[in-house]
Design a protein around this ligand. Structure first.
Ligand SMILES: *[C@@H]1O[C@H](CO)[C@@H](O)[C@H](O)[C@H]1NC(C)=O
Ligand SMILES: *[C@@H]1O[C@H](CO)[C@@H](O)[C@H](O)[C@H]1NC(C)=O
Ligand SMILES: *[C@@H]1O[C@H](CO)[C@@H](O)[C@H](O)[C@H]1NC(C)=O
Length: 424
C-alpha cells in the first residue's frame, strides 16, 4: 500500500494541518489526533482496532507484540511470527528476518495478501523467525519513555532516526529474544524501509556484521530522477529550509481517519481542481487487475499510518539536492550540528552487507537511473530488475504475482545463504 495514493493523502494532510495552524496563527499543531478521533461515542473511528498480532492470529499463526525501547527513549511496537504452526518448528533453528515498511505505512502492510501470498507468512512457513518492524511515530510506535506525543519535540525526527536508532534496536532485540545464539539476521525493506537501512548501515558500519542478506524493494536514496508529479511540484517549496518548511516541520502527519478520506474523495469529485491528480493516483492503483483488490479493505482500514512531517521534508530535500544526505536544518544550524553549512552525505560506500536491490521500470518513486547511481557506490550489491515493465512502486506490496516474482525468489536467496553458512 505504499503507493502514490499514500503520498498524495499524506501531502494533503500536511497542507491541511499547515493551513489550519497558520490560520489560527498558533505554533505548529500539537493536537493528539488519536485522542481527538478515538472517541467511542463519535461516528468516526481512528482505525479498525485489530492489531497486526490479531490479524496474524486470525490465520492460525502464532503472533507476538513486543515493545522495544531505543537508545533515545522512543518505544516502538514490533510484531513477531516466531514459528509456523504448520511446521511445529518452535524448537528448531529458525533464522531471524526483520521486515520494515514504507513511509506512512506500518507492519500491517506486509500481511494484506494473506497466508498464501504475504511475505511474512511465506517466511514463517519456510522456517524463519519473522519480525515486523514499526518506525517511531506510526500507529504502533507512538510512545516514549519521557516525551508526550502532544509535545512537538516528540515529532522532531525523520527517517534518519528510524534507521539510526529504531532499526538498530530492533536488530539487537530480535537477536537477543530469539535465544538461539544467532549473530546476524536477514532484512527486507520496502521504500522508506530501504532508506532507513542505508542510513543505519552507512553511519554505523558495525551493524553490517549483523546482516546476512538484505533485500531492498524499490530502493530510495538518490531521488534526482524521481517522477512523482506531486513531489516534483511541492519539492521547490518544501524541500529547502524556509518559512514554509519550518511551519510544516516537527509535527505529526495525520494518521488514518474518515474525515481525511472523505475530504480526499471530495477533492476528487469531477469538478474539482485536483481531479487529474486523483485520477492518476487511483487509476494506477486499480488498473487492469494487477493489484489485489481483495486486500484493499484491510489496506484502507490500516493506512495511512501516520509519521512525522520531517520524514516527508527530508525526502523533498533529497529530491531537490540530488544528494542522499542528512537532514538540512539551514546553514546556521547545520554548522552547529554537522560543522558544515551543507548536511553531510551518507557514506553508502561503507555498507558492506550483502545487498539485493529489487527495482522496476515503472516505479515513479524509485527511478531506474537513481537505483543505478546508488548501486555504483555500493560495494556488495546485486541488482534484480523486475521482468514486468509495468511493475510499479505499489506492486512490490500488492501485485497479484508478488509471490512468484518477488517473495519466492527472495526466500530462495535467504535459504541458499543459510545452506552455505550453517550457524548451528
Ligand atoms: C489477495 O488478498 C486476499 C486477502 O488478504 C488473499 O486472500 C489472497 O490470497 C490475495 N491474493 C493474491 C494473489 O495475493
Ligand atoms: C508506553 O510504554 C510504556 C512502557 O512500556 C507502557 O507502560 C505504556 O502502556 C505505553 N503506552 C502506550 C500508549 O502504548
Ligand atoms: C567510511 O569508510 C571510510 C574508509 O574506510 C572511513 O574513512 C570513514 O570514516 C567511514 N565512515 C563512517 C561514517 O564510518
Amino acid at each position: 500500500m505504499q503507493s502514490q495514493f499514500h503520498v498524495l493523502i499524506t501531502l494533503l494532510a500536511t497542507s491541511v494541518v499547515g493551513i489550519l495552524s497558520a490560520a489560527v496563527n498558533a505554533p505548529p499543531a500539537n493536537i493528539d489526533f488519536y485522542k481527538l478521533y478515538d472517541n467511542p461515542e463519535a461516528h468516526i473511528g481512528i482505525r479498525d482496532r485489530r492489531t497486526t498480532r490479531e490479524r496474524i492470529s486470525a490465520h492460525g499463526y502464532p503472533a507476538e507484540h513486543h515493545h522495544i525501547v531505543t537508545e533515545d527513549g522512543y518505544i516502538v511496537g514490533v510484531f513477531r511470527i516466531p514459528y509456523s504452526h504448520k511446521l511445529q518448528n518452535q524448537n528448531e533453528y529458525r533464522p531471524i528476518v526483520l521486515i520494515q515498511h514504507g513511509l506512512t505505512s506500518c507492519s500491517d502492510a506486509w500481511i494484506l495478501n494473506g497466508p498464501n501470498d504475504g511475505l511474512p507468512y511465506l517466511l514463517a512457513d519456510a522456517g524463519f523467525d519473522v519480525w515486523l518492524g514499526n518506525g517511531r511515530g506510526n500507529t504502533y510506535s507512538r510512545n516514549h519513555t519521557s516525551r508526550s506525543t502532544e509535545h512537538p519535540y516528540f515529532w522532531r525526527f525523520s527517517w534518519h532516526e528510524i534507521g539510526y536508532y529504531d532499526i538498530a534496536a530492533m536488530i539487537d532485540y530480535a537477536l537477543e529474544i530469539n535465544g538461539q545464539g544467532q549473530k546476524s539476521i536477514h532484512y527486507v525493506g520496502h521504500s522508506q524501509g530501504t532508506t532507513v537501512f542505508f542510513t543505519l548501515m552507512s553511519l554505523r558500519p558495525e551493524y553490517n556484521e549483523k546482516i546476512k542478506t538484505a533485500h531492498m524493494f524499490a530502493p530510495i536514496a538518490i531521488m534526482t530522477n524521481m517522477e512523482n508529479k506531486l513531489v516534483r511540484k511541492v519539492g521547490p517549496y518544501l524541500g529547502h529550509q524556509n518559512s514554509y518548511s519550518l511551519l510544516f516541520s516537527d509535527q505529526e502527519i495525520v494518521p488514518y481517519n474518515n474525515i481525511l478520506l472523505s475530504m480526499f474523495s471530495n477533492l476528487c469529485e469531477p469538478d474539482q481542481m485536483l481531479r487529474p491528480v486523483c485520477e492518476n493516483a487511483l487509476g494506477r492503483l486499480y488498473s487492469n487487475g494487477r493489484v489485489n483488490m481483495s486486500a484493499m479493505p484491510e489496506g484502507m482500514a490500516t493506512h495511512p499510518s501516520g509519521c512525522s512531517a520531517n520524514q516527508m521534508l527530508h525526502y523533498l530535500q533529497e529530491q531537490q539536492s540530488g544528494h542522499f544526505r542528512q537532514y538540512d536544518h539551514g546553514p546556521k544550524k547545520n554548522l552547529e550540528i554537522y560543522k558544515s553549512e551543507q548536511p553531510p552525505d551518507y557514506p553508502v560506500e561503507n555498507i558492506s552487507s550483502e545487498l539485493h536491490l529489487w527495482y522496476s521500470d515503472n516505479d515513479n518513486m524509485a527511478a531506474v537511473e537513481d537505483v543505478w547511481a546508488l548501486a555504483e557506490r555500493l560495494p556488495n550489491r546485486e541488482l534484480h530488475r523486475m521482468e514486468d515493465p509495468m511493475w510499479d512502486h505499489g506492486d512490490f506490496a500488492l501485485n497479484m504475482e508478488v509471490r512468484k516474482y518477488l517473495n519466492e525468489p527472495v526466500i530462495e536467496i535467504m535459504k541458499k545463504f543459510e545452506e552455505a553458512n550453517k550457524e548451528m
